[in-house]
Design a protein around this ligand. Sequence first.
Ligand code: FPP
Length: 225
Amino acid sequence: MDGNGRWAKERGLSRSEGHRAGAEAVRRTVEACTDVGIEVLTLYAFSSENWKRPKAEVEALMRLLERFLTDKLDEICERNVRFQAIGQLDKLPKRCQEALHRAIAKTAENTGLTLVLALSYGGREEIVDATKSIVRHVAEGHLDPAMINTEVFAAHLYTRYYPDPDLLVRTSGELRLSNFLLWQVSYAEIFVTKKLWPDFGRDVLDEAIEEFSRRERRFGDVSPP
Ligand code: FPP
């Protein structure tokens, strides 16, 4: 969800105010995704590398996340959204972890949009964690190394409960993956918009879906005759 900082700078506001506007765009986008009937939405809210940011910005982001999970919980619940999270969640402040677990528990039975928050998340870290998990299973005698294939590997990723993304949306015109779902986006269609994240909403989502529907997905195969 890139561009909160630039959005704020353009308006002479602080970066934290940009993130606040970003949180409002999250609310809007979740609403738009439930209207459209999207099944799974994964939002890259805080990366493994974001811990390097100034302490005040990290704290502001964590407070914002906690407030979002608390204040917006009823609204999210009414929309039948199921909260989930991926990443090294034990690194988050205790209050954030508690708010997250409350939101996950309260929405566990919901059957609409699955909203996955990627928090303290890094694709490389996820692959390393999956490798450690596989090694543990082998060492304990639960897994034969000869059985390891892409399906077995994927079953040890944080995302084992969700399908691979069909569409990857990147805001602010950035043309890189930034350590996001490195394994899972192998065949995702990429849509890049110049819009900054706080300006994201139904119109850009519709544009992305429209472009997605025009792509021919071959998954390495050839087009049908
Ligand atoms: C990257 O843009 C954005 C982040 C590191 C934080 C994203 C957080 C939110 C959108 C709000 C909180 C999230 C939830 C789920 C309530 P940037 O700040 O690096 O922007 P810049 O590249 O323009 O500086």
